[in-house]
Design a protein around this ligand. Structure first.
Ligand SMILES: [Zn+2]
Ligand SMILES: [Zn+2]
Length: 313
């Protein structure tokens, strides 16, 4: 089903220029289509409300406006996947990892409904944490408390931070995710793992504590790396919308006229199926391979000796 490899061409040695170019400019790649779309959303948000918060408007109305534009972006994006893939089912089960559709009645979920729980947690807690972090960081920019406070940060450096963030986000996700599978935080992460057969609304279906941890990748990054405020908003948008592209449950999306777009996230699908393996969101930084927590290695180890804790939490 999957075409995903365990390594990543970016880290191949000797370097493979053609593969690296594909990672950068491919469809999908590090620039197109999702990052370009997220950047467009970030620019619109900056224009709608971000710039005035950056200039010092930290009134409750400005916060509500920021919450509203975040909510609008999230609902529009997730609904597009949900409507075409799960309501109209435009491609049926073609490329779907599981033959199942989300459960409609199961008491494990809030309102006994998987979809409603995903909508509730995404639109409430996730958008709330996303908004609080963005609002607080814009206030810090205004008060010259961040290294990228000047909006005149040079273009070359902005391009570097634009490309650097996905690598950092991968590393942050891997280690915080392993932490979330530990004894202390496991009870919070269990909320995200209720969904075995993932769907678009599963992406941000997390406990509020996990939202605080998950979105912290952006504040940590901009506290250390000088970042243009519009790029900070872009990183937040990418963090908020990205989980949908990781959880919609299809290896590829049919675009019409026989064209398909690979959207492979089999790596994370297996994580939802089997629990203690594949902690990385993607293999952009193949930490699962390097730290031997990828599903294949875990299975090989399991076949030699029982692996404790390989539970489907
Ligand atoms: Zn997990
Ligand atoms: Zn997940």
């Amino acid at each position: 089903m999957t075409t995903e490899t365990h390594g990543h061409p970016i880290f191949s040695w000797p370097p493979k220029p053609r593969e690296i170019a594909t990672v950068l400019f491919g469809f999908p790649g590090l620039l197109w289509p999702w990052p370009a779309l997220y950047l467009a959303v970030a620019v619109l948000q900056w224009w709608a409300i971000g710039a005035s918060v950056f200039e010092g408007d930290v009134s409750p109305i400005a916060f509500v406006e920021l919450f509203a534009v975040n909510l609008l972006a999230l609902v529009t994006f997730v609904l597009a996947f949900h409507y075409f893939l799960y309501v109209r089912r435009t491609q049926g089960l073609k490329y779907k990892y599981s033959r199942q559709w989300p459960e409609k009645h199961n008491r494990r979920f809030i309102y006994a409904n998987e979809l409603l729980e995903g909508v509730f947690l995404s639109c409430g807690s996730a958008v709330g944490v996303w908004t609080v972090y963005t609002f607080a960081l814009l206030w810090m920019y205004h008060n010259q408390m961040l290294p990228g406070a000047g909006t005149d940060t040079n273009l070359f450096w902005s391009a570097v931070t634009f490309l650097l963030f996905p690598f950092w986000a991968n590393v942050h996700f891997y280690f915080t995710h392993r932490w979330l599978h530990g004894r202390v935080l496991g009870k919070f992460h269990r909320v995200h793992h209720k969904a075995k057969d993932i769907s678009p609304w599963s992406g941000l279906s997390m406990h509020p504590v996990e939202h605080l941890i998950y979105f912290s990748a952006v504040p940590i990054f901009v506290l250390i790396v000088p970042t243009h405020p519009v790029l900070m908003i872009y990183f937040m948008v990418a963090s908020a919308l990205g989980p949908t592209t990781l959880h919609h449950g299809f290896a590829a999306i049919k675009l019409g006229k026989g064209r398909t777009m690979m959207t492979d996230h089999y790596h994370h699908y297996l994580h939802h199926q089997f629990g203690q393996a594949n902690f990385g969101a993607t293999n952009l930084v193949p930490l699962d391979l390097w730290l031997k927590t990828d599903y294949q290695t875990m299975q090989q180890r399991k076949s030699k000796a029982p692996v404790e804790g390989l539970e489907t939490t």
